[in-house]
Design a protein around this ligand. Structure first.
Ligand SMILES: [Zn+2]
Ligand SMILES: [Zn+2]
Length: 138
């Protein structure tokens, strides 16, 4: 699979039985539905989110991308608790793309703020964001 943002090849990365695709070029990560939630609950995200955050911040400005699986335009969504964290979701397959550093941000900030329970809650919010988008589409 090729990166929806920079078109470089993506490598399958497996941690704790969960496989995601990480871009060789920009370090962005592709998740299938609910994979980020599983990863945050069970894996040290720094082993998955190894890309350059500086690069991720630049790539974050690219929002007009197509789903690498469905080839339809992806939608921009933001985290409800941290609206500055923006990511792209596919309304077809519900896959989503995080730029380098965003998975770490999501877990770091929350872990510092209020511990693991909120962390898991936050991961579930991602799921909610997809569901509500799905309803809007219908
Ligand atoms: Zn890329
Ligand atoms: Zn898709």
């Amino acid at each position: 699979m090729n990166c929806p943002k920079c078109s470089e090849l993506m490598d399958a990365v497996t941690e704790n039985g969960i496989t995601v695709d990480r871009c060789r070029g920009c370090g962005g990560i592709w998740f299938d539905l609910f994979e980020a939630e599983d990863i945050i609950e069970t894996v040290d995200v720094s082993t998955v989110d190894t890309g350059s955050k500086a690069k991720g911040i630049i790539m974050d400005h690219i929002r007009d991308i197509k789903c690498p699986k469905c080839n339809i335009a992806m939608q921009t969504a933001s985290d409800r608790e941290d609206p500055t964290l923006k990511f792209e979701v596919c309304t077809g397959c519900h896959g989503y793309f995080l730029d380098a550093g965003e998975l770490k941000d999501m877990s770091n900030v929350t872990a510092v703020e209020s511990g693991l329970e909120t962390l898991i809650h936050k991961a579930k919010m991602f799921g909610e964001a997809f569901k509500s988008m799905h309803y809007k589409q219908d």
